[in-house]
Design a protein around this ligand. Structure first.
Ligand SMILES: [Zn+2]
Length: 282
């Protein structure tokens, strides 16, 4: 098979990386791995009914709108992925068996079955790599410029997964470094919200990419925020939650800059969640 036959994106397809306020003044650097639900023309419908592309299996409903509002309110840089997670999941190592899902919740993704190594490589090269290379390049620029940076990865989760109702309004996810998540959790205390620590699932090197690679390996403070989709599916919800959570992010930043991260390790005993939940990731 020649190179031309394994091209994924064509002239009519948008760039895989969508950027906002790269020169924003905030220490917060936002990413949205599951922002988009586009499919490259070369993949057709992936064998799916159009309605499936509106569902949580295709993207993180409401997450892009929330992330854009965070970016606006905080004057923070934002890097978003344009294509559906069903093309390739940009929060999984490309080596993970579920990187290009053949089944998501109960839906079979016919267009992802029996891919050739060249087809798989095209998805990595044309969607996954440009997205993560851009995040890496921007974080490197900030490091060289001596700009303090906190990585905030914005996601949303479906209220019901495999028939199980999820009680949390917001999940704060992390693995090796709970410090910034703990500061945000402290800021959320008294809010009346149901906050999950490493719920609805936890972060690991096997099931995640953005936090382990851009947060942990770079040694910068970070948190993954998951908001329940029914709260942010519409503009009004995105406005309200962006306002609420931006204020709390500012508070957590303030605490961190006042030296408030010392409690992170001590308080991490509150951490919950575990391996059993790692597979439930929608
Ligand atoms: Zn997500």
């Amino acid at each position: 098979m020649g190179a031309a036959a394994t091209r994924l994106l064509g002239e009519g397809d948008p760039h895989p990386v969508d950027l906002r306020r790269l020169h924003g003044s905030s220490e917060i650097f936002l990413t949205c791995d599951h922002a988009g639900r586009r499919l490259p023309a070369s993949l057709g419908s992936l064998g799916l009914e159009a309605a499936e592309m509106d569902r949580h299996i295709a993207w993180d409903i409401g997450a892009a709108g929330l992330a854009e509002r965070f970016s606006e309110r905080l004057d923070a840089a934002l890097v978003m992925q344009t294509y559906s997670r069903l093309v390739i999941d940009c929060n999984r190592p490309p080596t993970a068996p579920t990187s290009i899902a053949t089944i998501s919740e109960a839906t079979e993704i016919a267009g992802n079955r029996d891919l050739s190594p060249q087809q798989i490589h095209a998805r990595v090269r044309e969607v996954f790599d440009p997205y993560h290379d851009r995040i890496d390049a921007e974080l490197e620029l900030r490091r060289r410029a001596g700009r303090p940076t906190v990585l905030v990865s914005v996601h949303s989760f479906t209220p019901v997964f495999h028939g199980e109702r999820r009680p949390w309004d917001v999940g704060l996810l992390y693995n090796r470094d709970p410090a910034f998540a703990q500061l945000l959790s402290d800021a959320l205390e008294g809010s009346g919200l149901v906050v999950g620590h490493n719920e609805p699932y936890s972060v690991s090197d096997v099931t995640d990419y953005t936090i382990p690679v851009h947060g942990e390996r770079r040694g910068i403070p970070h948190v993954m925020i998951e908001v329940r989709q029914d709260l942010i599916e519409k503009d009004a919800g995105q406005d309200a939650w962006a306002e609420r959570l931006s204020d709390l992010l500012r508070q957590a930043l303030g605490q961190m800059n006042d030296g408030g991260t010392g409690g992170g390790a001590r308080r991490s005993s509150r951490r919950q969640g575990g391996l059993a939940r790692q597979r439930n990731r929608q």
